[in-house]
Design a protein around this ligand. Sequence first.
Ligand SMILES: Nc1ncnc2c1ncn2[C@@H]1O[C@H](COP(=O)(O)OP(=O)(O)O)[C@@H](O)[C@H]1O
Ligand code: SF4
Ligand SMILES: [Mg+2]
Length: 387
Amino acid sequence: MKVSIFKKKNSGYISAKESSKISRENRRTTDQMEKRLNRKNVDPSEYTTKMRDENNVVEFDNLHTYFFTDIGTVKAVDGVSFDIPKGKTVGVVGESGCGKSVTSLSLMQLVQRPQGQIVEGEIRFNGENQVYDIAKTPIQTMQSIRGNQISMIFQEPMTSLNPVFRIGNQVDEVSEYHHPEMSKEEVKKRTIEMLELVGIANPEGVYNMYPHELSGGMRQRVMIAIALTLSPKLIIADEPTTALDVTIQAQILDLLRNLKDHINSSILLITHDLGVIAEMADYVVVMYSGRVVEKGTVHEVFKNPSHPYTIGLLNSKPMVNKQVERLYSIPGRVPNPIDMPNYCYFRDRCEMCLKKCNGEYPPEYHLSDSHIVSCYRYENKEVKTDE
Ligand SMILES: Nc1ncnc2c1ncn2[C@@H]1O[C@H](COP(=O)(O)OP(=O)(O)O)[C@@H](O)[C@H]1O
Ligand code: SF4
Ligand SMILES: [Mg+2]
């Protein structure tokens, strides 16, 4: 599967000939994968499975999602495992480019195809009547899961709403597509209810408005209404407040928190902002260069941050009561995702290196049942767990 980059003698560039060779190999690989996903009438036994723990709504298990590009394979997600328990919020945090969005897009089967593909691992989703392995679910079946059982709130509501249709019609569309048996009046009633639920004061009026007539915060509320219309089991919120200004951010976060209890869904919350995680999440997953370096309950990770990268992230966050001369920034650069090292990916930036860190990538060490860290510093500090 692995495509190496062919370098011309020390030039650092690849030639057109080499690039077209990679491109041919890529096409061979991705064509096969596409063919599998595009099949119709696949026997469900091929893509249904069992949850490891029935209390989870999603289990990412050793997920690998790669992009087969003309200059080599980008290992955007490279062995990610974590669970999303029912009714809980799991925050995924890490700097830009570490694979947060690709992880969540993999769960929706929305990774840019054909070059983006899940090449290994399982994503188990505890659906209405069965457990799906999303990695193997055919496109046809996926269309009924997406929007219905899993829905997504994107970062920029203006680009997700269609500028030429009225708000009401765009919310109606979701019920119409998934519930063709509903009458026109029922659909409209549901839409108005949803607009009200997300705190829009004049839902009848907003029903007839166009996206450009609303503020950024209102548009994000509409997006949340769309995401909630079908009472999904899981809501994915990818940087839901990054494009909004600070006071509106706080309102939208409040709204999400209140709604979560109301509708009893789980939330996968993706953000580069640890403050948002601290406020919103029950569990946190810290990603670095396509892998999970630390995970645990929010309490565990904030009280006892263990991976040097997590410690760095927390130190680089401004504190209200703490006087600092300069904000700490983690020195060094993230490794190139096409050419990952075979040792700890954080080593070249780590200020706590041990001799062992020159060896292979560190395994996971358990600091408690739920608190897990991939760093050699914890090799002798492991606790016995049930697993
Ligand atoms: N369509 C694509 N083609 C090639 N590489 C991609 C594509 N989308 C994302 N990537 C790469 O995958 C990695 C992870 O990206 P992403 O998940 O978007 O990061 P973030 O953590 O900021 O959400 C990055 O190195 C990015 O360049
Ligand atoms: S394994 Fe070593 S290099 Fe990697 S984060 Fe831990 S101490 Fe640093
Ligand atoms: Mg992203």
